[in-house]
Design a protein around this ligand. Structure first.
Ligand code: FAD
Length: 404
C-alpha cells in the first residue's frame, strides 16, 4: 500500500494519524504541519484559552513523545504541490514525500475583510493559536473592541472580551445573531444574554471602513453613517476552505475539495477530510461541507478505517457546541429546511431546546444548557429515528424511554 502522507495537522490530520496506528497500520505515516506548534485543539482559542492564563501546552492533543512512540513523522513544512503521476508531494523546503495514499486535511482560513484600512495592526482575526495569543494580550491592554460578525466565533470572542472588562460592540449585517446556523428561538435567547452582559449588537449594518490615527485603530464607519469608537477590531466573517493544493493538481473543487461518500477525490490515491472537504452525504442526500470538530474527527476515522481494510461510506451525524459567556449551546443534526420548531424546557430559566421538524420528522435539536436533550438527540438521530412534535412539546414525555 505504501506510506500515508497527511497534508495538514489540525483536528482531522491528527486524528487520522492516531486512528491509523490504532487500527494497526504499520507503514510510514507523515503528518505535514505548517504551524509552529505541536498539533492542537482549536475550539478553546475563542473560549477558555483566550480567557485564561494557561500556556500552549494545555491545547496540545498529545505531547511530542506520542509522535515518536507511534512512529508518526511530524514534519514542520508546507505542502505546496502534488505530482499525481509520480505520487509525490512537494514541500516548501524543497523536500518531497512519496505516498501510497495522500490525505488532504488542509482545513480552512479566515475570510478577509475587503474594506479600507482592513490591514492595520489593530484589525485581528481568530483561527490559530498565534491569533489567540495575540488577542489575549490585546484584550489585556485594550478598552473597546468592535467585533465584525455575530457568528459563533465572533460571539464567543465578544463574551470573553466583555467578561475581561472591555466595552464591546458587535456589528452584524443580518437581522439576528448566528442567523445561518440556528433557529430564531436560540438567536433571541443569545441576544438577550449578550445584551444583559452589556454587549451592544448592531443589526442590519456593515462596517465600511476602519478609522485610524497614524495607523492606530480608533474606530469604524458603518453603512448607516454612524461611527463607533474602538482600539481593537476583531473580524469573524467566516472561512474559506483551503482547496488550492487540490485544484492546482487538477482535482475537482467547488465550495470545498470534492469527495465521494468514501471521502475519496477523483484520484483513487487521494482523499480529503475535515473543513476542506465537500463530501457526498448519503445521510442527507446532497453535498456538504461542515466546519466542526465532529466532522473533522469522524471523517478521519472513516478514512483510517478504509485504509486499514474496512471501507464504508461516511455516515457521521453532525453535532457542534459553542460556549458563550455562561451559556452552553449544543446542536445536533442539520436544522436547515425545518417547517416547525417545538420548544422543550424553560426559556425564562435559560435552559431549553428547539426541536426542529420537517413534515413531522425530527431534523435536529438546538439546546441551551440542556445537555440531556442534546445527548438524547445524538442517540435518536444516529439511529435514524424520530419522536413526534407532540411528544417533544410534552414536558412529561420520557426521552430516555423513547430510546429503548
Ligand atoms: P484545521 O483544524 O483548520 O487544520 C488544518 C491544518 O492544515 C492547519 O494547521 C493549517 O495551517 C494546515 N495547512 C493548510 N494548508 C496546508 C499545507 N498546504 N501544508 C501543510 N499544512 C497545511 N468546532 C466545534 O465543533 N466546536 C467549537 O466550539 C469550535 N470552536 C472553534 C473556535 C475557533 C476559534 C475556531 C477557529 C474553530 C472552531 N471550531 C469549532 C471549528 C473546528 O476547530 C474546525 O472545524 C476544525 O479545526 C477543522 O479541522 P481540520 O483538521 O479540518 O482543519
Amino acid at each position: 500500500q505504501g506510506p500515508v502522507i497527511i497534508a495538514g495537522a489540525g483536528h482531522a490530520g491528527f486524528q487520522l494519524a492516531a486512528s491509523l496506528r490504532q487500527n494497526g497500520f504499520s507503514e510510514r505515516i507523515a503528518l505535514v504541519n505548517d504551524e509552529g506548534h505541536l498539533p492542537y485543539q482549536r475550539p478553546p482559542l475563542s473560549k477558555a484559552y483566550l480567557k485564561g492564563t494557561g500556556g500552549p501546552d494545555t491545547l496540545m492533543f498529545r505531547p511530542e513523545k506520542f509522535y515518536h512512540d507511534q512512529n508518526v513523522d511530524l514534519i514542520t513544512d508546507r505542502a505546496i504541490s502534488i505530482d499525481r503521476g509520480a505520487r509525490k508531494v512537494l514541500l516548501a523546503s524543497g523536500a518531497s514525500l512519496e505516498y501510497g495514499h495522500l490525505v488532504l486535511a488542509t482545513g480552512a482560513r479566515n475570510r478577509l475583510l475587503d474594506i479600507p484600512n482592513a490591514n492595520l495592526d489593530g484589525v485581528r482575526y481568530l483561527r490559530s493559536l498565534d491569533d489567540s495569543e495575540a488577542l489575549r494580550h490585546r484584550i489585556a491592554s485594550g478598552q473597546h473592541v468592535i467585533v465584525i460578525g455575530a457568528g459563533f466565533i465572533g460571539l464567543e470572542f465578544a463574551a470573553t472580551a466583555r467578561a475581561k472588562g472591555l466595552e464591546v460592540d458587535v456589528v452584524e449585517l443580518a437581522a439576528r445573531v448566528m442567523a445561518r446556523a440556528v433557529t430564531a428561538e436560540i438567536s433571541e435567547f443569545s441576544q438577550s444574554q449578550h445584551a444583559a452582559a452589556g454587549i451592544r449588537i448592531h443589526f442590519g449594518v456593515q462596517v465600511t471602513s476602519i478609522e485610524n490615527d497614524g495607523g492606530r485603530v480608533t474606530g469604524v464607519s458603518l453603512s448607516d453613517g454612524r461611527h463607533l469608537q474602538a482600539d481593537l477590531v476583531v473580524v469573524g466573517v467566516g472561512v474559506l476552505p483551503n482547496v488550492e493544493l487540490a485544484a492546482e493538481a487538477g482535482l475537482p473543487v467547488a465550495a470545498g475539495i470534492i469527495v465521494d461518500e468514501l471521502l475519496l477525490t477523483a484520484d483513487p490515491n487521494i482523499s480529503a477530510v475535515g473543513d476542506c472537504a465537500l463530501y457526498a452525504s448519503p445521510r442527507f442526500g446532497g453535498s456538504l461541507r461542515l466546519e466542526s470538530v465532529q466532522n473533522a474527527t469522524d471523517h478521519a476515522r472513516c478514512v483510517a478505517a478504509r485504509l486499514t481494510g474496512d471501507a464504508k461510506p461516511y455516515d457521521g451525524l453532525p453535532w457542534f457546541w459553542s460556549d458563550q459567556g455562561p451559556d452552553k449551546l449544543q446542536m445536533v443534526g442539520l436544522t436547515t429546511g425545518y417547517d416547525q420548531v417545538v420548544v422543550r424546557g424553560d426559556r425564562g430559566a435559560g435552559a431549553f431546546s428547539a426541536f426542529c421538524y420537517k413534515s413531522e420528522r425530527l431534523l435536529g435539536i438546538e439546546s441551551v444548557n440542556r445537555a440531556g436533550d442534546h445527548m438524547f438527540g445524538r442517540r435518536l438521530l444516529a439511529a435514524n429515528r424520530s419522536i413526534t412534535p407532540e411528544q417533544a412539546a410534552d414536558a412529561s414525555f420520557d426521552l430516555k424511554g423513547a430510546l429503548t
